[in-house]
Design a protein around this ligand. Sequence first.
Ligand SMILES: C[S@@+](CC[C@H](N)C(=O)[O-])C[C@H]1O[C@@H](n2cnc3c(N)ncnc32)[C@H](O)[C@@H]1O
Length: 347
Amino acid sequence: MKLGIQPENILDAIALQSRRELQPFLLGMLGMGVSQVLVTAIRLNVFDALQENPRTAAQLATAMNCDPHGMQVLLESLDGFGFLKRQGQQYQLTQDSARWLTKSGGLIHDFLRLGGDISQQLVLLEKDIRTGEVPNFHFNPQSATCFANYYEMLKSSGQQTASNVLKWAKLNPPPKRLLDVAGGPAEYSIAFCQKYPDLKADILDLPNAVEAGLPQIEQAGLSSRIQYIEGNLLDTDWGNNYDVVFLSNILHCLTAEQCEIALSKAFQALRVGGTVLINDLFHPGEQGKLSSPMSLFSLIYYVTCGGRIWPQPTILDWLTQLGFHQIRTGKYRLALLVSAEKLSAEC
Ligand SMILES: C[S@@+](CC[C@H](N)C(=O)[O-])C[C@H]1O[C@@H](n2cnc3c(N)ncnc32)[C@H](O)[C@@H]1O
């Protein structure tokens, strides 16, 4: 999947053919505008406000207590970029906008809303690269709405993918003790406990994740089986004798050195015969090419935490060096799944 400039009519087609400089110029400028306009409209709830009836810019500005001139420009941009349709002075949703860009759009809506927080980190990219110092948004967010939007997005994404990860893992015998490292708002631990009735899960995560996850656990009726260990995974004791240590979407938040520390702690926390299970995004390594969406994700992980998507061969090397055996890999959509066994107490 690649971002490209498509002509809207014959004159555009001729211009794009004869003026090759338009491709990179429009890609950069349109990309910037489309992203900002879409994220702004979601954060102002423009799409939700248009769900019932088409409305004018003046009506929307009044309803949302916004500046009418600014609202008019925003709506014209949304119409120009194809996210709304204009009829006279009224704007209405397209079919796709109604389905995906309103609150009922789930992960798509929630991720784009978080896009406003990510862009506060993206503006620092040049400085990050010059200095090598990246503000980790888990500890030093650049926007006030970051945590709320982040944990909402994680709930939506966990709900979509947890069952597939569990299906792939084929854990046998059924596990009794799970350590869900950086388990966020508990979606995966809840799914594990629902699948394995004798399982108890510990989630190691930061205070904001605990706050987001506790109501979910309670709502699922699992307060007696899932508990949080609050702390930084790099310096908190992970305990021991777990059947499964689960590292889902956390390696990409860490530097290489921190990944090795985390995997070594996973080894120590497992019982002999236990399984480390990794769910993260797939990077093919030097033998393959990173797709356009995956390069964007890797960039997002860099600007938000100083991490990246780690190449599959690198992750497998780390596991082998630590003494893990029976390494198995799989892919689900954009994700890499890895399981590996601890067969003896020695690294
Ligand atoms: C991308 S989310 C993954 C959440 C969940 N495992 C999933 O797959 O949806 C990363 C999680 O790591 C947690 N986290 C990041 N850095 C951490 C650290 N140093 N110690 C503990 N938790 C951390 C965040 O709070 C967040 O819940």
